[in-house]
Ligand binder design. Structure first.
Ligand code: CA
Length: 228
């Protein structure tokens, strides 16, 4: 069975080590970050099953980090348990409003925390298929299930390859992809895509999305990205 991966984002070394030790002993694979930016980087690159998120962190605080994770389609589905020693419940309410799954006040018992971790993981990943397949950005709606792109509610005819290309880029806003990566990611059964054709598809997509064309950025010497 695949080990479930937990990312601990915690700047207090002793808490981090106690959590790491106990979670590993319970059979989890543990990743650790000691500040918010490192935590965000690990969350984006490793996409763990669950994040134990301390709220008071150097670099980027827990609430901002949570907000960023929930905005990014890649990390949106990661389960989050927040914790803080702060007495106010306003952070708790805000955190849960931002999409955290649970909240554990500090100090906590390791045993109780692990029980919470198991309970949240039992809910399964937050991957709402429909949600991932439909991307909304300004007036632009990209819907893979319906095989449809609309701008301000009006359908715009897209080829299958253009739709997959735009959807893929829009699912990873702010990330640059090389043409070769795009070719391997958007390959479909009935369309052969070669690298230099990516430029042709992008040109065609820009033409179709008109005034929203700036969303699709060229990164000179690298490839393309969807605006963050
Ligand atoms: Ca802290």
């Amino acid at each position: 069975m695949k080990k479930e991966r937990i990312l601990i984002i915690e700047d207090e070394e002793d808490i981090l080590e106690v959590l790491r030790y106990n979670l590993e002993r319970e059979g989890f694979k543990v990743l650790a970050a000691r500040d918010g930016l490192e935590g965000l980087r690990l969350a984006r690159s490793k996409v763990p099953d669950l994040i134990l998120l301390d709220l008071m962190l150097p670099g980027l605080d827990g609430l901002d980090l949570c907000r960023k994770l929930k905005e990014d389609p890649v990390t949106r589905s990661i389960r989050i348990i927040m914790s803080t020693a702060k007495a106010e419940t306003s952070d708790q309410i805000l955190g849960l409003g931002l999409g955290a799954d649970d909240y554990v006040p500090k100090p906590f018992s390791t045993k109780a925390l692990i029980a919470r971790v198991r309970a949240v993981l039992r809910r399964g990943p937050l991957k709402e298929e429909a949600d991932r397949r439909r991307i909304v950005r300004n007036d632009l709606v990209i819907d893979l299930s319906r095989h449809e792109v609309t701008i301000a509610g009006k359908p715009v005819p897209f080829t299958a390859t253009e739709l997959r290309l735009l959807h893929f880029l829009a699912s990873h806003p702010g990330r640059v992809f090389r043409r070769s990566e795009l070719v391997s990611r958007i390959i479909s059964e009935n369309a052969v895509v070669i690298e230099r054709n990516i430029d042709v598809h992008v040109r065609s997509i820009r033409k179709k999305i008109g005034k929203l064309r700036d969303l699709l950025e060229t990164v000179r010497g690298v490839g393309y990205r969807f605006k963050e």
